[in-house]
Design a protein around this ligand. Structure first.
Ligand code: SF4
Ligand code: SF4
Ligand code: FES
Length: 356
């Protein structure tokens, strides 16, 4: 039997609403989302709340708990005082749909406005060669679960609807930073885009976004500040400005060009093959040769192994006596990892067209 705790939850819709008090049972180890589910099962069956994974990975259950933007499924009840009343309200920056559910389409619009990743036009998807050194800095930003807590807390739009058109918000600044740090992205200068189109200049580095990020992404220190610094360099340092006029991105010579972000990244242009390799800092000669040869689309690859059950769905007796636990590898049992480059399987839609 759990203890009784006090909750105040905002109930209402776009036309208005208010906080309502609930007394609800809480058991050891529960999180706020558990309590909301219990309320739905008992006192408030029509309480609206968005959630999916209950594991801090889908980013759906964003809400404000005692005024702090948090994930309901990752906020333990044990972090509150026994006699504390817990107030749960919807995200304030986005329009209310009902109760704890808000309309976050602002974020999807900003996502659509952000130019997508654009590799060099002569580089087919199956020919990308990336190594850890190439993604060392940008990998952090890929952890984003799109919970939009950072967007919700940012003062530029939190109480200023009028700024929304000109401001994309921290989630999309790190998207720009990620693509800017991507050695194969050539489409635009992401820093200039962030400054002129995404409203980077509105941000005054309060770091509130970093503080609420459940993935602990250093949004300001690692994403926003490096972009801001380099925007300033570009605009006000005459040498950098002159250099940028002489060597534009994408116009640098094609042989042994090192990326500005990853000194070990190598782009090589194989004569006729058009295959590019980012062989990182390892300079593995064999890997480089294999990469130059490209992918052999017609090679034999191991067939997926059938599931370890018979036609009637039962586990065969031999499986129980087998010396290896669990199911066979879907890649086949003769495969070792990491896969050599010539075994990489990528079905590019244009792979059978001439010239590929
Ligand atoms: S650091 Fe910038 S983007 Fe982040 S919350 Fe503050 S103003 Fe918004
Ligand atoms: S950057 Fe962090 S806070 Fe912002 S949407 Fe992604 S995971 Fe959420
Ligand atoms: S339910 Fe998926 S992050 Fe909370």
């Amino acid at each position: 039997m759990g203890t009784k705790r006090q909750f105040r939850i905002w109930r209402g819709d776009a036309d208005g609403g208010d906080l309502q008090d609930y007394t609800v049972e809480v058991n050891e180890g529960e999180v706020v989302l558990d309590v909301i589910h219990r309320l739905q099962a008992t006192d408030a069956p029509d309480l609206a709340c968005r959630w999916n994974c209950k594991a801090g990975k889908c980013g759906s259950c964003s809400m404000e708990i005692n005024g702090m933007p948090k994930l309901g499924c990752m906020t333990r009840m044990s972090t509150f005082e026994e006699n504390e009343t817990i107030t749960v309200t919807p995200l304030r920056t986005f329009p209310i749909i009902r109760d704890l559910v808000t309309d976050v389409s602002f974020n999807y619009e900003k996502a659509r406005e952000t130019p997508a990743f654009a590799p060099p036009p002569d580089l087919a998807p199956g020919d990308y060669r990336m190594q850890q050194v190439d993604v060392e800095r940008s990998q952090e930003f890929r952890k984003c679960i799109e919970c939009f807590l950072c967007q919700n807390v940012c003062h530029v739009i939190r109480d200023h609807d009028e700024n929304k058109q000109a401001f994309s918000g921290p989630r999309y600044f790190i998207r720009a930073a990620e693509l800017d740090m991507h050695p194969l992205d050539t489409r635009t200068d992401r820093k200039d885009y962030a400054q002129t189109e995404q409203g980077l200049g509105f941000c005054n580095i309060t770091k509130c976004c970093t503080e609420v990020c459940p993935e602990h992404i250093k949004i300001t220190d690692n994403g926003i500040i490096p972009m801001k610094e380099r925007v300033v360099d570009r605009r006000y340092d005459p040498l950098v400005w002159l250099g940028s006029k002489i060597f534009r991105r994408g116009q640098v010579p094609q042989t042994s060009v090192t990326s500005g972000h990853s000194p070990g990244a190598v782009r090589s242009s194989a004569a006729g093959g058009g295959v590019h390799s980012h062989a990182g800092g390892s300079h593995d000669a064999q890997a480089e040769v294999q990469a130059q040869q490209g992918v052999n689309w017609h090679r034999e690859v191991p067939h997926p192994t059938a599931p370890a059950v018979d036609a009637s769905g039962k586990l065969p007796l031999t499986e129980l006596t087998f010396d290896r636990a669990a199911a066979p590898s879907p890649f086949g049992d003769d495969v070792t990892f990491p896969l050599p480059p010539e075994h990489l399987n990528f079905a590019h839609p244009d792979q059978d067209k001439p010239n590929h």
